[in-house]
Structures are given as C-alpha cells and as structure tokens.
Design a protein around this ligand. Structure first.
Ligand SMILES: *Cc1c(COP(=O)(O)O)cnc(C)c1O
Length: 350
C-alpha cells in the first residue's frame, strides 16, 4: 500500500501531532526511462516523471493533501481556489474525502472538459466567471480574506510544501538529483516547489548536487520570459494559460540559483511534443505537460549538448483530462461495412 505524501515525508513537512494524517494514494509516481526520445535529444539518460498517475490525474494532489490537512488542523470546514482545472479537480476530491466543502472558481469556457467533469462529480460548488484565471485568482484572494474559507491555491504555502516531495522522490529513485529538470510553468508554483525540494535534500545530504531548472511557458502566455504581465494569455495548454503568475519571483529565483532558464514554446511545438511523447514513449500527457519535452526538443535542436547528462521531464497531468485536443487534432476515420473482406482491403491485406 502507498503511504502517501504526509506519512512518507512527514519529517520534511510542517506537521504537528494535531495534523490529521490521511492519503488518497498521492505521490510515489513512476519515473520511467525513455526508449526513443533519449537518443533523439542526445541525452545521456532521459526520464519522465508521470504525475498524471496521482489520484486526480495531476501533481496538484501532492500539495492539496498537505493544504487540506493543515486546513482541517486549523478547524476549517471549507476550501476555495481559482483554477484552470486541475487545482479544482484536486480540491474537490480531497474535500469530498475529508467531508469539507470545496468552492472552485473557473474561467468560463477555458477549462478542459475532463477537469470540469471531475469537479462536478466530486460535488464541488462551482462558480464560473466570464473572465480569465488571473481575474478568478484575484477574486478568490479577496474572498478568502474576508470569509471563513481556506485558500488552497499555490499561494497557500502548504501546497508548495507538498509539491516539493516530487523532487525528493526523483532523488530517492535516482540516488542523486538529475543534471537538468524540464518543467512547464504556469502560475509557477511547481517550479518553485521542485527547487525547494532539491535544495532541502541537498542540504540534508541526500543529494550531492542540484539540477538546473528548465522552465517552459507557452508563447502566448509567457509573462516571465517577456518580463511583463500578459493581459490576455492564449494557448491550447489551458493549465499554463496564465498571464500573471503568483510565484513569479520565486520561479526567477529557482532559475537563477540553479543556473537554469525560463523560456517559451509555441503551441505547435507543444502539440508536436504531445504527439511524440504518446507515439514514441506511450505516454499520454495533457498539452501543458508536453511543454517539458517541447522545451527539451527546442534546446537540443538549437544545439544544446545533453550527452552524458541525466535529464528529467515532468509530465504534470494525464492526457485524458483534455481528450478533446487529441480528437480535434485527428483526421477522419474510415468507416466501412462489417465484412471481413472490406476490413482486409482497408488494412491493405487483400
Ligand atoms: C497546474 C499545472 C501546471 C502548471 O503548474 P504551475 O505550478 O501553475 O506552474 C502544468 N501542468 C499541469 C497539468 C497543471 O495542472
């Protein structure tokens, strides 16, 4: 049985004897070795960290379990977040498990159907606004200040604490930190959390080195790369469709302290990586998750040398959440009669 993030990493989390201990099975996600793209990108070793294997299908569960445990410890009965989808799915599930009310605010029409379905079925109170994520977050921050409900966006420090455990797992499996970690950047909480995890394990002697953090935003939603807020962020990768990241400065610190970069990839590059990851590695990540590999492909094509290096790409969420993208991108399937002959003809066997 999986012990979960709270029990497994209790020594590294800010828990007290009063913190309720529970798990929906989050964490301990697979780190799988690449079979094909490792050679294509010229990496010494390339691994994918499959965060889509968490209970609600994204890394958000790691932070949510800690945030919800601490909210309960403080006596809270309700949690609230703004979300591009995965935070709300996770908040709704953990609230259901713990008997709390979840209130989620989502941007109208810009949330992947699978994620909305999750929030609905877990029984969250859903507020859709005619605006974008940044506007939703602004409202939620104000509301949680003035009402008895706990904020569970990544501005809640317990979210970052929980999410840093993914870096611990990578080191626990590989025996040391990788040389490079590629990661999508949206609200920038996750790059912040990984860096915190790597630094803590390094300081405690569990790792001898720290990776370069390679963050990637979508071109139409790249405020950190461009150096200014993007008022109308646009990208098919809805999970990183954010124009004013809450952890902007912490992400820059992670980049600078690690000697890494924060760069951007186009939607075309994201979609290419999305398909390559699925067809060459058998990994179905959601579009935002493909920004990691898109970034690695971009740099290796520009001539960056990863030979002899250990590289990890974080696959942040499960592709089934946003199956519409896969279907829209596909051509028409041939439709034929249910006759053996016709099937064989179609397959070119006759
Ligand atoms: C939340 C999320 C991201 C972006 O993470 P940030 O912490 O907002 O930078 C990327 N991919 C997926 C699947 C997500 O759910």
């Amino acid at each position: 049985m999986k012990s979960g993030v709270l029990a497994r990493y209790k020594d590294y989390l800010n828990l007290t004897p009063q913190t309720p201990m529970f798990s929906m099975g989050e964490g301990d996600t697979p780190l799988v070795r690449s079979r094909t793209l490792e050679k294509e990108t010229g990496c010494g070793e390339l691994y994918f960290k499959l965060e889509g294997c968490n209970p609600t299908g994204s890394f958000k569960d790691r932070g949510m379990v800690v945030a919800v445990a601490k909210a309960m410890e403080a006596g809270s009965k309700a949690i609230m977040c703004a979300s591009t989808g995965n935070t709300s799915a996770s908040a709704a599930a953990y609230a259901a498990y713990c008997g709390l009310t979840a209130i989620i605010m989502v941007p109208e029409g810009k949330i992947a159907p699978g994620k909305l379905a999750q929030a609905i079925v877990y029984g969250a109170k859903i507020v859709q606004i005619d605006g974008n994520f940044d506007q939703a977050l602004h409202l939620v921050l104000k509301l949680t200040e003035t009402h008895p409900v706990t904020l569970v966006n990544s501005l809640n420090p317990h979210r970052i604490e929980g999410q840093k455990t993914a870096a611990f797992e990578i080191i626990d499996v590989l025996g040391d930190a990788p040389d490079f970690q590629f990661i999508p950047v949206g609200n920038a909480g996750n790059i912040t959390a990984y860096w915190k995890g790597y630094v803590e394990y390094y300081k405690s002697g569990k790792a001898k080195r720290r990776p370069k953090m390679m963050g990637f935003q979508a071109e139409g939603a790249a405020p950190i790369v461009r150096g200014h807020i993007v008022e109308q962020p646009q990208t098919i990768a809805t999970a990183i469709r954010i124009g004013n990241p809450a952890s902007w400065h912490k992400a820059e610190a992670a980049r600078d302290e690690s000697g890494g970069i924060i760069d951007m990839v186009s939607d075309a590059q994201i979609l290419e990586a999305y398909h390559l990851m699925a067809t060459k590695e058998g990994i179905f990540g959601e579009p935002a998750s493909a920004a990691s590999l898109a970034g690695l492909l971009k740099l290796s094509r520009q001539g960056s040398d990863f030979s002899g290096k250990r590289v990890v790409c974080i696959v942040t969420g499960n592709g089934l959440k946003d199956a519409d993208i896969a279907l829209k991108d596909a051509g028409q399937f041939a439709r034929i009669s249910p006759k053996m002959e016709d099937v064989e003809k179609m397959l070119g066997w006759r």
